[in-house]
Design a protein around this ligand. Structure first.
Ligand code: ZN
Length: 310
């Protein structure tokens, strides 16, 4: 061991590798496009590991269902990959020990050790991205579930007759509370005759994105603020369900909104407090946004290499 921790976050479009010192300081980073081909993916990951000078172990975060044997069963954004024995093949290609885990579980590890979750033994990470993924630490231990599938918070069903989801069900939480969910609420408001100023600017309902709402709400546009409140209500609904299940001390929200706490955090907090069970009798979990940004997955993957050695 030279004390260099190497982790790679495999994203739908790019792979980000980082090398950390054992103090957590970032020593190097490599970013390359993600090939949509299993053999090229393995070769790309092996090359990144080599460039970053991994000594004996690397951690890899993957955007999909990965089992405890390091087999990537499916990844919605890397369509060519199915039942890929990633750990085994990457170990063969590199001669290194490889630890593979779900990207949100790994981001939870990163935020817990080096980001917004530092010092908490019971926390949830909720990733509000294209969908919603998550991870959780309970009693000071990162949890994975019986199969490695724990933390798929986005597919909690919050309305059985609701909007259909890519997973085949209806009314999954991520349809309402993901980053994409914000855009959907905005488009619905625009279709109902609201958000004229944004509509004038972008030209069509379909062209409205979440950022338009964030910017307009920051300037005090009342219709955009109403969309923020609707969205925040859906986010809070899921966080309430999760809090009733896990009783966390802290919930860290990550994803594209992490830089917009000024617009979203109060609204989420207010809706959360209105709905939580036993409000007066419990310490409320601290709600906060993530600190590591897009590096959380790669940083967490690097930390996987020492996670079980402590
Ligand atoms: Zn679903």
């Amino acid at each position: 061991m030279t004390g260099r921790l190497v982790g790679i976050d495999v994203g739908g479009t790019k792979c980000l590798g980082v090398a950390l010192a054992t103090t957590g300081e970032q020593l190097a980073a490599v970013r390359v496009p993600t090939p949509n081909n299993p053999d090229q993916l393995i070769a790309t990951l092996a090359k990144i590991a080599d460039e970053l000078g991994a000594d004996d172990t690397i951690g890899v975060a993957v955007p999909g269902l990965v089992n405890r044997d390091g087999v990537l069963l499916a990844a919605p954004n890397i369509t060519s990959v199915r039942m890929l024995p990633l750990r085994q093949q990457l170990e063969q290609a590199t001669g290194l020990k490889v630890i593979v885990d779900n990207d949100n579980t790994v981001a939870c590890l990163g935020e817990w050790r080096l980001g917004a979750g530092r010092g908490s033994d019971d926390l949830l990470l909720v990733g509000l991205g294209t969908g919603i993924g998550g991870g959780f630490v309970s009693g000071g231990k990162l949890q994975r579930g019986a199969n490695g599938f724990a933390g798929e918070f986005g597919h909690m069903i919050v309305d059985p007759d609701g909007i259909s989801c890519l997973c085949g069900q209806r009314g999954c939480w991520e349809r309402y509370a993901s980053g994409n969910g914000l855009a959907q609420h905005a488009r619905r408001a625009a279709s109902d005759g609201l958000l004229d100023a944004i509509l004038d600017q972008v030209g069509s309902v379909e062209a409205i994105h979440g950022e338009h709402i964030t910017v307009a709400a920051r300037f005090g546009d009342s219709e955009a603020c109403a969309v923020v409140d609707t969205y925040a209500g859906w986010v809070a609904l899921g966080l309430v369900n999760l809090t009733n299940l896990y009783d966390p001390a802290m919930i860290v929200m990550s994803g594209g909104l992490s830089g917009d706490a000024d617009v979203f955090l109060d609204a989420i907090q207010q809706s959360f407090v209105r709905r939580i069970f036993a409000t007066d009798l419990r310490p409320l979990p601290l709600l906060r946004f993530a600190e590591l940004g897009p590096h959380a997955g790669a940083v967490g993957a690097a930390l996987l290499t020492i996670e079980n050695k402590e």
